[in-house]
Design a binder for this molecule. Structure first.
Ligand code: FE2
Length: 413
């Protein structure tokens, strides 16, 4: 083949590859956007407007905010002639991007009754059509610049899909009738605890993502850590074990608790995990399927970092660090790493060595939250499929327990 022919062949192959990638992104965009609407579908317009606490957002807001994300970061800069759906929406539906302009106060999101749910649906349709048009019609060079924005926009939307469920569960928990999001919702069965601990091989381990597939910036750079003298529980802590902690005075023994944790126990009157209620001598929990008796073999859920830490102390154990967790998960040493409950670690949410946030507004995505929060690893029953990976770093403040959060233990020495 001559040089000219080889060059032509390469160009054609590249164009064909790009056509396929355009089709793949259009399909992913359609699928993930539809999943948001599927999760919202069981909820009435009244359900969708409620904000039960400042940390939880209304369903309607999640649907609009994820749409604004594509409008703000993709369509406005990349689609020539794009007309924003409504000039006022940037103020209403920007979350925390200071570089993207002023925004509505987070605790007030539940007071925004207009636009109504149908108008948000129209907003989503408007943006969906424009994104599809952009993917299909932009020139080759532009496509290479929009693909990474679509990718982070879709991963962002999947994060909000999980929050839609955690936030509506919190809203329903304020309702004395204990509504069900979906009566058919089934908790995932896990391999119930046997008390087995497995040794994580001592040595230098690599953690973090090295660029093979999508990751958020906080999962990089990949770097080395020392693992030494740690055994990790193969299983998640179960409700049965948590009931033993409660029966042994776990919530009334201040010496088990961090000082800030004990302050929360007293201030909030904690005597059991979030959403637990005692009815006729039997513990129940509000789930997405409504109020259900506690299953002793299911992993404990809706516990804060403070509770996880107190439980570990009561058990004579500790929590694993996030790098110990990742090393154990990479080695296949732990069961139910994904898809049941997020697992608290003892690690503060900090930048990895050499971390640098990306330039521009999207640099605000993760980096500016790296203080005062703790890392959770794995994923939960509410995490959308395809959104879990071994290097994923979730993070919440230590008192938070409206997420699907549980724990597994570790022991040292
Ligand atoms: Fe967001």
């Amino acid at each position: 083949m001559s040089n000219a022919a080889r060059s032509l062949w390469r160009d054609e192959t590249h164009a064909r590859n790009q056509d396929q990638r355009r089709a793949d992104w259009a399909q992913s965009f359609f699928t993930i956007r539809a999943e948001t609407e599927r999760r919202a579908a069981p909820l009435s317009p009244e359900d969708q407007v409620v904000q039960s606490m400042p940390d939880a957002s209304p369903t309607k807001w999640h649907r609009a905010h994820t749409t604004w994300f594509f409008e703000q970061f993709l369509l406005v800069p990349k689609l020539p002639g794009y007309k924003v759906f409504d000039e006022r929406f940037a103020y209403l539906f920007n979350s925390y991007y200071v570089s993207a302009g002023p925004r509505h106060a987070r605790p007030m999101r539940g007071l925004v009754t207009r636009p109504n749910a149908d108008e948000v649906t129209a907003y989503r349709d408007h943006v969906d059509q424009a994104v599809t048009r952009l993917i299909e019609s932009c020139d080759a060079a532009t496509f290479e610049t929009i693909a990474p924005i679509i990718e982070i926009g879709l991963n962002h939307e999947q994060q909000h899909q999980e929050l839609m469920l955690t936030d509506i569960l919190h809203a329903f928990a304020q309702n004395p009738t204990s509504p069900a999001y979906d009566r058919e919702w089934q908790p995932l069965r896990t391999r119930s605890g046997s008390g087995e601990f497995v040794e994580i091989p001592t040595g230098i381990a690599a953690v973090g993502q090295d660029g093979d597939g999508f990751c958020f910036d906080n999962e990089q750079p990949k770097h080395r850590v020392l693992i030494e003298g740690v055994r990790i529980a193969r299983h998640l802590v179960t409700n049965r074990e948590w009931l033993a902690f409660m029966a042994d005075g776990g919530y009334s023994t201040p010496t088990l608790w961090l000082s800030d944790g004990w302050t929360m126990v007293e201030a909030e009157g904690w005597t059991a995990p979030g959403y637990w209620q005692e009815r006729d001598g039997q513990w129940h929990s509000l789930t997405l399927a409504g109020l259900k008796p506690i299953d002793p073999d299911a992993p404990v859920c809706h516990v804060s970092y403070y509770e996880a830490d107190a439980f570990a102390r009561w058990a004579g154990k500790q929590l694993p660090s996030e790098t110990e967790w990742e090393t154990a998960a990479r080695a296949g040493l732990i069961d139910d790493a994904f898809g049941a409950v997020w697992q608290w670690t003892r690690s503060a949410y900090l930048p990895y060595p050499g971390y640098r946030a990306v330039e521009g507004a999207l640099g605000e995505y993760n980096g500016k939250f790296m203080v005062s929060q703790m890392v959770l690893r794995g994923s939960s029953l509410a995490t959308p499929s395809g959104h879990s990976r071994v290097s994923y770093r979730n993070f919440f403040y230590p008192p938070a327990r409206w997420q699907f959060s549980g724990l597994r233990l570790a022991e040292r020495g």
